[in-house]
Design a protein around this ligand. Sequence first.
Ligand SMILES: Nc1ncnc2c1ncn2[C@@H]1O[C@H](COP(=O)(O)OP(=O)(O)OP(=O)(O)O)[C@@H](O)[C@H]1O
Ligand SMILES: [Mg+2]
Length: 255
Amino acid sequence: MKKPDKSVAYAFKTEGLTRAFSGFRAVNEVSIEIPRGGVRTIIGPNGAGKTTFFNLLSGLFPPTSGRIYFGGIDVTALDPYRRARLGIARSFQITNIFAKLSVYENVRLAVQAVHDGSANFFLPARRMGDLATKTQAILGDIGLLPVAESLAENLSHGDQRRLEIGLVLARDPDVLLLDEPLAGMSPTETHATVELIRRISPGRTIMLVEHDMDVVMSISTSITVMQTGQVLAVGTPDEIRANEAVQRAYLGGLA
Ligand SMILES: Nc1ncnc2c1ncn2[C@@H]1O[C@H](COP(=O)(O)OP(=O)(O)OP(=O)(O)O)[C@@H](O)[C@H]1O
Ligand SMILES: [Mg+2]
């Protein structure tokens, strides 16, 4: 399979990207470039099409029309597994976690699956050592070293969501799509997860959908505002805060 071209300035480029459900265009003719690197956030009111846009980028379902490019490659027709192999990762649901295994074993199996394409428990000691180093590094990044021996099912909601991100990090993806990673989190969990996103963003592109405006404004390199399936504005946090159309349509109470 062709490899993504890292010299291409964008992570994703879409052309006329459209997804209709029974004739209703949830994403409507979106043509944008998401620059490579940084935290690229999408905001917009409920039903604006943010999750549908992510689903199109990750390949969960095909667009009704339009095209998607990733690092110069037309990925429009590729399924999520092929896109994952190109470096596009999406954190899905807690169902990816093995509830009855420890946090450590969950991450170790994810690391091993990526490196060996298998989940064989019996390995030579040296290979085991390589896996352990990578596993420890990810546990450090997601802040779960202190609970590494706990069963995954006994973790708090916030810790489970961070573990989920850890399983995705095992692939060392170039682009990570996070749809409302802070949903349902306590303030402490929110803080820890924002720190996690900051820690893992160097060297990759993080795409984020988030409603918490304090977080969005503090963490984002750029913000894309969606409304009724279309892009209303793109800019830095300061530009978006100052944008009158955005104020009217969405941010109303923010300033
Ligand atoms: N599988 C589907 N079948 C039918 N309609 C859908 C489907 N998925 C999304 N929609 C519709 O498309 C529109 C956009 O939904 P989407 O979930 O992308 O919005 P969103 O911006 O993520 O909203 P939220 O902030 O509430 O998560 C909504 O009107 C939604 O009802
Ligand atoms: Mg959504």
